[in-house]
Write a protein that binds this ligand. Sequence first.
Ligand code: ADP
Ligand code: MG
Length: 563
Amino acid sequence: MGVGHSSLSSCSVDSLFITAFTAQPKTSSFSNSNRQKPLFPTKKHSPFAVLKIGTLNCARVAGEMEIGKGIAAAGKPIVDLHGIDDGLIQKIVYDALVWSSLHGLVVGDRNDQRSGKLPGVGMVHAPIALLPTSFPESHWKQACELAPIFNELIDRVSLDGKFLQDSLARTKKVDAFTSRLLDIHSKILEMNKKEEIRLGLHRSDYMLDEKTKLLLQIEFNTISSSFAGLGCLVTDLHRTLLNDYGEDLGLDSKRIPGNTATGQFAEALAKAWTEYNNPRAVAMIVVQTEERNMYDQHWLCTLGITYNVRTIRKTLAEIDSEGQLLPDGTFLVGGQAVAVVYFRAGYAPTDYPSESEWRARLLMEQSSAIKCPSISYHLAGTKKIQQELAKPNVLEKFLESKEDIAKLRKCFAGLWSLVDSDITKKAIEKPELFIMKPQREGGGNNIYGDDVKETLLRLQKEGSEEDAAYILMQRIFPAVSPTFLIRDSICHKDHAISELGVYSAYLRNKESVIMNDQCGYLMRTKVSSSNEGGVAAGFAVLDRHSAWQIMVLVILKHREELF
Ligand code: ADP
Ligand code: MG
């Protein structure tokens, strides 16, 4: 997603602000990155570890990036970053850090080992962007409009067990993780078990390709779509900052669109719980053994406060040891009936270190509890299925409306299987224009640049079927722009690109669609020189949040103002 900026003075009444969020890298820190020293290093004697905000010649650096990295020209800044007084920036950063601490805009601190296990211990403010980023209103609307159509598509795809199994058949042979998921899916098909109540809490991610001005989908997340909770808080934070400093910056907080992701996700979970119709049952969140992003998850616990639905948190191993499936399909954990199972774990091979975790997954799938996602929804969200859906005439199998089909197609980037020899040839010749993706979720798994070429050549040489583990995707190049980033209380300016995520909820009971809504948004920004967390750039250790450096708020603007 292009982080275009428009100049301060041109901030028109047509602008909107939206808020967004970015993920937290495990080890990278602006302050200790090998790649570069902070542009604005901490003042030695500063009472708090912030911010000597320096200046940067944006035009010069943007030019360098354009040549050096093959990235399209930077967008115009929302505000003239040179023009902002250092003292003002320091004040805003200070306020942002205080606000984040007071309002729970926090994640576990990677420097404290207990922070992934115990709430209330080792918290640090989430990485954020200080100021809003612009985004064209028309593309924003387009992304919102797509949400219910994708919801419906995924639901229909999930019902076509043969399509899922056939599409992933080659992948199954070479990808042990996908193979295990498909085995569970097969067992459910054999049981002829129908999921009558189906709940999806999704996030569709997009980047805005600078050259073509097209909003192109990166992926559709059907499992563990994170940051609804913290993303909403960033909206509130940026609105607060603009209420206080908007006049100085020439930005209007009213242009920030509301972000209701937390509330709507909680509402969807509560409505699913109601459909299950057992007042004594609980909603269960499936969690990893260690989770530094736990506060994002806890924000959804408004479920308990607003809807009086009790929630429990369990790991897959705990579910295996405490879970029991009754003959009528009721799923008990620790003796309590479970109405809704909400997965915030279970999407990565590392979530299944032993057979115990796989047993738990199968047991839940066999039960009558509402799974978010079901195994079918999970598979429908794989990258291979994304690529299959992009083939000619495939959408037509699932949707009737020509208009809806055209809208979806418009946001599809180039997607190919590796059996397409013309494309693999092109990718070997120009690897910088492609990305190779395995069937994995959570960041840090994709292959970029020269590694694409090397991997393709190796696969060709070996002649194995390992090629089926990957898809090829057109690389999207969003606009690059200077952005103030804050992590570990240190603020510095860097060149960033953004990705817009639009949340959506889908709830259905048999023929009745109870909810099919767009539910707020997430804007993530990452340093443009990093692919996914930037191993090359010195961020040596990856985790599932490493792709993104910061959460940002966005100003929606008309396209022509952006470029
Ligand atoms: P994951 O399931 O690991 O999140 P994604 O498909 O979202 O996988 O890819 C991870 C990240 O890689 C994205 O957030 C984005 O930064 C980058 N990326 C993925 N696909 C593309 C693409 N086609 N063009 C440019 N960047 C991409
Ligand atoms: Mg992603």
